[in-house]
Design a binder for this molecule. Structure first.
Ligand SMILES: O=P(O)(O)O[C@H]1[C@H](O)[C@@H](O)[C@H](O)[C@H](O)[C@@H]1OP(=O)(O)O
Length: 925
């Protein structure tokens, strides 16, 4: 068949197969036998004896790979190799990979077109995916040398899965060299596995025999279906690079988006709505207040109700985005997508190198969590929150100042009450149930549970804040102040609502009122404990008299019984336990109800104070913080799930997970200049807020594997589901639902031209203090890690890693005032990887600077951990930046295959962060 390049579309579309792409119509095609979730076909290319159109011209060649689907005549551009310079026998380091989802069959035809590139700066100026051209695109800066084509089935059935094809001119006549196509299989155990292409790589003779050691199943293939439920639209790229001992390593780069980008924000917004509705209800139930406070409450409620509507509208809009898994950089300012992280991806590098175990290196790349729609004119959260708090502390009246810690405490106690009260009621009912069954063992167990929960409940109120809030609320009640007639201010307040409000009450002069009976609260509160003791005593007595008294009730504690309360109990042989216990349980519930009532109202009054000051501003700040947190959380959950799945078979990791928790390290590339200062301020708070998140692993009971979030702004629990088989293999502590903690740290180093301005004329103190503060956090984590992990683990760990040295080095680099000190990022990332942590890289859009950084990190790992040949470091870097996943990321975001840098900008970049010629330029972002 004559191949005509009809309707050739831009490379890169292959990773987004349309539904039609899978539709084979009436035709029956032969599927390729494949390992689940592994690419269907991967091959590498080399040319030999290429004939230059002009004699003596040195050839700079690349191969463009196109696909002709069997049911169609048209040709789809699929990918390209890198340009290999100055040789007639180019051996390409960039290979070709067809992911498992790609509609490829044995009948699919592959066309390989070889070009001679004359001007590299033009080579990647293939900008748009949209226009469809009838004829081959006029190739600026390159000329056609020859082409060859083959059917996938021919390659797969060929001897040793190798084809040597003649390259012909476009009229199909003249042979202009040969091209070798060789199938590769990553990570498969093959004795004496060999590459068959022998050639000279840039004058370096490579022993082209890959002596692959049996690789471990780094993919955790059994966990992949589960992981694939959250990862979507993978893009895969394949490379082979020489090692320092002249062997080959193979690298597969993969980049996937995640449906968590949208799922987590939706979950979170629903929780905010629930939390705020509940708070609004509690404000309404605060009871009668004096006119000043009542007006304040009305005002607060009006605004808070409006705010709930705002969240509801956003949720409605987001709910329309069913199935979405990617927010592009160009949508970062869209109001309805504010809660969704920008350009979130898993960037994975799978390395298969001789003599070493296969290894996976994951980085989550995402735009810095920031409130783009609200903008950065007044800075970001770090500054805004600080300023707001200072103003609140120092100005105004009309409200009582409670510190942010006290406000947070009030929210925590309220939430504990809301959780514990129904729990205690349930356990009390279970106790009655056991009593009616006359079962001593079950009675003891129920009592144990009831005692534990009630003790927690009583403990929740052991706080001075509740006392002071009770008094404050007392004085805010209409009757509360009237009891003290001598105060004219107080008496007028009741009769004359228009009068000026009472002066602000400072926290350092916590409300005090002589008529207020502080001990009343103590009595109410203590009654809960007392009524529990009555129940314990009664259970002990019932069991004892039943003849089963081998040790008393499960919950009783020496000295805690109040005999005066137990004595009046009249008992009978084989008495009705239910009847004996029922009134005591009723009393417990009543006492608890009383405590809950008072505490709830008083703490809600504390929350009223928080909202009362500078109301719209306060709510906007909360919204901003929620937005930033949502973006950060979506990334974190994605990172956590991926980490869990890839490390599930590592007992050391699992132990670390439940004894120490996980370090989560963020690399920021934002500059401390102009708007990006605000972004960094948002990001710093968003990441720090992730401390409020804990994970819990639960067994998946259905096909719905999406994580579930519970909690409220002060504390969230993310439940991650695992299939039964995997769940069973977990350590007991994790299976029992122990909360798993994360320790986020952020290190930022601005690298662009804006950072140059900041360093010369601006201020870098924000970056300095963030790095300093986060270094302390990282050090704390390391100390806990060393303390909590078992000694034999630690001694082995220390043999392998000099973490102490790395930390010292990082500290010195943070202290030293060196411009664009990118060593900080390398050290922080290395420490994170060695500590089994979750890695993130962020810039404004996670598109350009992030791409430079992750590709540099990947190649540095290949150099340091997998003996990448030192002469190939830059070539490997250029391959990844030119034809790898990250250029596809740029294309996905801005529909243009160019990093958004210009020459001037790049001159300001540290050298290793500059992309190769022809891959950057002006784009419409
Ligand atoms: O992915 P980023 O590095 O945040 O993209 C920047 C790019 O670095 C910069 O050179 C360019 O001028 C744009 O500002 C890019 O940001 P966009 O958000 O506009 O893609």
């Amino acid at each position: 068949m004559e191949i005509k390049e009809e309707g050739a579309s831009e490379e890169g579309q292959h990773f987004l197969p349309t539904p039609q792409a899978n539709d084979t119509g009436d035709f029956q095609f032969t599927s390729i036998q494949k390992t689940p979730n592994e690419p269907q076909l991967e091959f590498i290319l080399a040319c030999k004896d290429l004939v230059a159109p002009v004699r003596d011209r040195k050839l700079n060649t690349l191969v463009q790979i196109s696909v002709i689907h069997p049911a169609e005549q048209g040709l789809t551009r699929y990918s390209s190799t890198e340009i290999v310079e100055g040789t007639r026998d180019p051996l390409f380091l960039t290979g070709v990979t067809f992911p498992s989802e790609y509609p490829i069959y044995e009948e699919t035809k592959i066309k390989l077109t070889v070009y001679d590139v004359k001007d590299k700066s033009h080579d990647t100026v293939r900008t748009s995916v949209l226009p469809e051209h009838k004829d081959p695109l006029p190739e600026v800066g390159r000329s056609f040398l020859g082409y060859a084509s083959f059917k996938v089935g021919e390659l797969l059935k060929s001897k040793e899965q190798l084809l040597v094809l003649s390259l012909r001119t476009s009229d199909g006549g003249k042979v202009v060299g040969t091209i070798e196509v060789s199938v590769v299989k990553m990570g498969e155990i093959e004795d004496g596995e060999a590459d068959h292409i022998t050639t000279d790589v840039q004058g370096q003779k490579c022993a082209l025999v890959c002596e692959c050691t049996a690789p471990e199943s780094v993919n955790g293939k059994d966990t992949l279906p589960f992981l694939n439920a959250v990862l979507k639209n993978p893009v895969c790229k394949l490379y082979r690079f020489p090692t320092s001992d002249n062997k080959w390593m193979r690298i597969r780069e993969q980049m996937s988006e995640s449906i968590l980008s949208f799922h987590i924000p939706k979950e979170l917004i629903s929780l905010h709505i629930k939390e705020d509705l509940c708070r609004n209800q509690e404000l309404k139930e605060l009871g009668e207040l004096s006119p000043h406070w009542d007006n304040l409450r009305k005002n607060v409620l009006t605004h808070c109700d409006q705010m709930v509507n705002v969240y509801q509208d956003i949720l409605t809009e987001l709910s329309k985005e069913t199935g979405s898994s990617f927010k592009s950089s160009s949508s970062k300012g869209e109001k309805t997508l504010e809660f969704v992280p920008v350009n979130l991806h898993l960037q994975r590098m799978h390395v298969h190198s001789p003599h070493l175990k296969d290894a996976l290196y994951d980085v989550i790349t995402v735009g810095a969590p920031a409130a783009h729609f609200q903008g950065f004119k007044n800075g970001g959260l770090r500054k805004l929150l600080h300023r707001f708090e200072m103003e609140r502390r120092n100005t105004g009246y009309q409200f009582i100042y409670y510190s942010p810690e006290n406000t947070a405490k009030a929210k925590e106690v309220l939430s504990n009450i809301n959780q514990l009260q129904p729990l205690i009621a349930t356990h009390a009912d279970l106790l009655l149930n056991s009593a009616s069954q006359h079962s001593p063992d079950s009675l003891k167990n129920s009592l144990k549970m009831l005692s534990e929960k009630t003790e927690l409940f009583v403990h929740a109120f052991k706080d001075q804040l509740v006392r002071s809030a009770l008094l404050a609320l007392y004085t805010a009640r209409p009757g509360g102040v009237l009891k003290k007639p001598p105060s004219p201010k107080n008496s007028t307040e009741e009769s004359c609502p228009q009068d000026p409000p009472p002066p602000m009450k400072r926290q350092d002069s916590i409300p005090h009122h002589s008529d207020y009976d502080e001990e009343e609260w103590d009595r109410v509160w203590a009654n809960v404990g007392k009524s529990l003791n009555c129940i314990i005593a009664m259970v002990d007595k019932l069991i004892e008299r039943d003849g089963g008294g081998e040790g008393g009730g499960g919950g009783s504690k020496g000295g805690e019984k109040d005999p005066s309360l137990v004595d009046p109990i009249i008992t009978h042989p084989r008495e009705d336990w239910y009847e004996q216990l029922y009134p005591l349980i009723l009393t417990l519930k009543d006492c608890m109800g009383e405590v809950v009532n008072r505490a709830k109202q008083s703490l809600t009054f504390v929350l009223l104070q928080e909202l009362a000051y500078s109301l719209p501003q306060c709510l906007m700040l909360t919204l901003r913080r929620d937005i930033v947190f949502s973006q950060a959380l979506a990334g974190l959950v994605c990172g956590f799930i991926i980490k869990l799945h890839t490390s599930l078979h590592d007992p050391g990791f699992l132990q670390q997970l439940h004894t120490v928790g996980l370090i989560v390290q963020y690399e920021g590339l934002l500059s401390t200049y102009s708007d990006e200062i605000g972004m960094l301020e948002d990001m710093a708070v968003g990441i720090s807020d992730l401390k409020k998140v804990a994970f819990k692993i639960i067994e998946a009971k259905s096909n719905d594997v999406l994580p579930v979030i519970t909690g409220r702004r002060e504390h969230y629990v993310v439940e991650v589901k695992l299939p039964a088989q995997m769940f069973e293999a977990l350590p007991l502590q994790i299976k029992e639902g122990q909360l798993l903690h994360v320790y986020p740290v952020l290190f930022n180093v601005g690298i662009n031209e804006q950072q140059t301005l900041a360093e010369r004329f601006g201020d870098v103190s924000l970056q300095e203090s963030i790095n300093q503060e986060n270094f302390e956090l990282l050090k704390e984590y390391y100390t806990t890690f060393m303390e909590k992990m078992p000694p034999d683990y630690i001694s082995h760990f220390q043999e392998q890693n000099d973490l102490k040295g790395l930390l010292e080095n990082l500290h010195q680099n943070i202290q030293v005032k060196k411009r664009k000190n990118v060593e900080i990022m390398w050290l922080a990332a290395t420490i994170c990887r060695k500590l089994n942590g979750i890695r993130f890289t962020c810039c404004k859009s996670a598109k350009d600077r992030t791409s430079m950084s992750v590709t540099l990190e990947q190649c540095s790992i290949l150099r340091d951990e997998h003996q990448l040949h030192k002469d190939f470091f830059i070539r490997a870097l250029d391959c990844m930046r030119r034809e790898g996943c990250r250029i596809e990321n740029v294309l996905k975001n801005v529909k243009c295959r160019k990093y958004a840098f210009n020459m001037l900008q790049l001159m300001a970049f540290p050298k290793q962060y500059r992309p190769p010629e022809g891959t950057y330029g002006k784009t419409d972002t």
